[in-house]
Design a protein. Structure first.
Length: 283
């Protein structure tokens, strides 16, 4: 059965830009009610105005709600979920755990402070929002076959760690493990769990990862890329008809599955690309 987006309540973390913003716009156009959070209040206000303008009907200005939240703080996660439930006087139908950031740094150069920050944001920011949302979601009536849905925006790197991005890859693999466990744990309660695995996406993510890590986030020549809108479109379909995993770039799933069978081959390939694409020492 297809879950209708009209009047569905969807909560999105990291909604101020990139995939989160693109998904918010797609859902608003489809008639969903949105709860949005992000750290940057100026960007959040911009996307709230855009989704309001994209929302059909005369009450567009009252259909959406937003608040500032840093998902690295458990109290902010709880406050965001509680605020959304209070504003809409209803459980969240779909929780999209999208907030996160990259770190362009080798594993050897990743400090304990780096690990703490990226794990708190990318992993615990996911699990704390889920923990806060599940009690009300579990009490919701079944509609179109489901009580609710948890959607975790992981990455293609969940299946294969990226050189010079090991910490980020580790958080994405951890998100996938959480999704795989939750799918079985919540199956009898009719709560769908979906993990999303984009490849390189044309957003501000790479510039931010480079700035945080203070080294270039490697983009190998000829590697495929996709737009935030392409990812959002695939996510929208998986909200309407929940599935276990979403791979917006179909070929990446098979390529990364190959890599799990022949890891040494992929090691050699990545080492060759890294050597050829890296700038000479001192540059």
């Amino acid at each position: 059965m297809t879950r209708p987006c009209a009047d569905m309540t969807v909560a999105i973390t990291g909604a101020s830009a990139g995939i989160g913003a693109a998904l918010a716009l797609a859902l608003a156009t489809a008639g969903a009610r949105l709860a949005l959070c992000a750290r940057r209040t100026d960007k959040l206000a911009e996307i709230l105005a855009l989704v309001t303008a994209a929302t059909p009907g005369p009450d567009a200005g009252r259909r959406h709600w937003s608040c500032r939240a840093d998902v690295a703080e458990p109290a902010d996660c709880a406050a965001f979920i509680a605020g959304a439930e209070r504003h809409f006087d209803a459980p969240i139908d779909t929780l999209v755990c999208n907030a996160g950031y990259g770190l362009a740094r080798t594993v050897a150069d990743t400090t304990p402070a780096d690990w703490d920050r990226i794990l708190r944001t990318n992993l615990l920011g996911t699990t704390e929002c889920i923990r806060a949302a599940l009690p009300a979601m579990r009490r919701a009536p079944i509609r179109a076959g489901w009580r609710g849905q948890v959607m975790i925006v992981s990455s293609g790197l969940a299946r294969r760690g990226k050189p010079d991005g090991g910490a980020y890859s580790a958080t994405k693999a951890a998100q996938l493990s959480v999704a795989e466990a939750l799918r079985v744990e919540l199956a009898d309660e009719r709560i769908a769990v979906t993990s999303v695995h984009p490849i390189t996406t044309t957003t501000e993510f790479i510039a931010a990862a480079t700035a945080v890590g203070q080294r270039p986030w490697a983009r190998y020549r000829g590697q495929p890329e996709q737009s935030a809108e392409q990812v959002a479109s695939a996510m929208l379909r998986a909200i309407q008809q929940p599935r276990a995993e979403v791979w917006p770039h179909g070929g990446s799933r098979w390529a990364l599955s190959f890599g799990t069978l022949w890891p040494e081959f992929v090691d050699r390939y990545l080492l060759k690309r890294r050597r050829s694409d890296d700038p000479p020492p001192g540059h």
